[in-house]
Design a protein. Structure first.
Length: 320
């Protein structure tokens, strides 16, 4: 992994200078390897083109490195791999235009998922002293079970919470399927910046609405029930889950949630949930890489998006 600026919360990576191009960021992050397709063991030739029914996606050794081939996934004959350099190159024109710059890049697992985070230059001020930076997260999988995606994320400056956003149609990310048309579609993503502008404009307006909603105990319980519904047993006993308890404690005591304009608001409650998902300690020991996977691409990201969507729905009702 590579990063520009302060050490990330996950503590991973090598520090680099600002403004690197794709190939430079790839080398700094240790991602300057390629993948190749080879017929899978036991696969059969299925047509006159001598194509096999299944292929293995292999991470190939780099020249001069003491490395071995690594199996990343098994795919169909229609799969077309996207090399790391190609995935990162989309951002070069954006970097050159100073519309964004690479801040972090890395991989998860053995290289099954590759990601790069690009930071945009301006920030959203939700209330005085509470800013959120804007990011684009490009992720590609080499395991054959996903697509190239571009996610919209935001980082709250005072606490480094990562906020997961959605597109206007509710989709979690802009998706590009692995296919022969993939290269052409990636070139079209330069136009994606217009969509990005719209997403963040709407996000800023939404965040400010959340900050206008003052929560009573009843409303806070209503919000948590929407995000973390009680089980039948909990409802019968009249108790609450550990997650409810953790969110309440964070909401009432976390210093950045006691700021003027944040304390006691729906914006504060939403950030209490995002903080819990980013920083909670799971029952089993979790490595920094596993935590990043969960918070950005796994259950944590899903919970944070759900918390935002529920907060948006409730703010429309409570502000009327």
């Amino acid at each position: 992994m590579a990063y520009y600026g302060a050490v990330p919360w996950h503590g991973l990576g090598t520090q680099v200078e600002k403004g690197l191009h794709a190939s430079e960021m790839i080398r700094a992050a240790g991602l300057d390897w390629e993948v190749a397709l080879k017929p899978a063991r036991g696969a059969q030739i299925i047509n006159a083109k001598q194509q096999y029914s299944r292929y293995e996606v292999l991470r190939m050794p780099r020249e001069g490195k003491n490395e071995q081939e690594v199996l990343l996934g098994v795919v169909s004959r229609r799969y077309q791999p996207l090399q790391n350099l190609e995935a990162f190159e989309f951002f070069d024109p954006i970097v050159e235009d100073k519309s964004a710059y690479f801040e972090t890049a890395g991989s998860l697992g053995e290289g099954e998922r590759i990601w790069v985070m690009a930071k945009m230059p301006d920030a959203m001020e939700i209330v005085k002293g509470d800013e959120c930076f804007k990011y684009l997260l490009l992720s590609n999988t080499h395991s054959g079970d996903g697509s190239v995606i571009v996610k919209f994320t935001s980082v709250r400056v005072v606490c480094q919470n990562t906020l997961t956003l959605a597109m206007e149609d509710g989709q979690k990310a802009y998706r590009i399927r692995h296919s022969k048309q993939m290269q052409f579609k990636l070139k079209e993503l330069s136009e994606f910046m217009a969509i990005t502008k719209q997403v963040y404009q709407e996000a800023e307006e939404s965040f400010k609405r959340l900050a206008k909603v003052q929560l009573t105990e009843e409303k806070l319980s209503h919000y948590m029930e929407a995000v973390f519904p009680k089980t039948a047993a909990q409802k019968k006993k009249g108790g609450e889950s550990q997650r409810w308890t953790e969110v309440r404690k964070t909401f009432d005591t976390q210093p950045d949630l006691q700021l003027p304009g944040v304390r006691g608001t729906l914006w504060g409650a939403y950030n209490a949930i995002t903080r819990m998902e980013d920083y909670k300690q799971p029952k089993q020991a979790e490595l920094p890489e596993q935590r990043l996977q969960r918070a950005w691409f796994g259950s944590g990201a899903d919970t944070k998006l759900l918390a935002l969507l529920k907060a948006q729905d409730l703010s429309k009702v409570w502000l009327n």
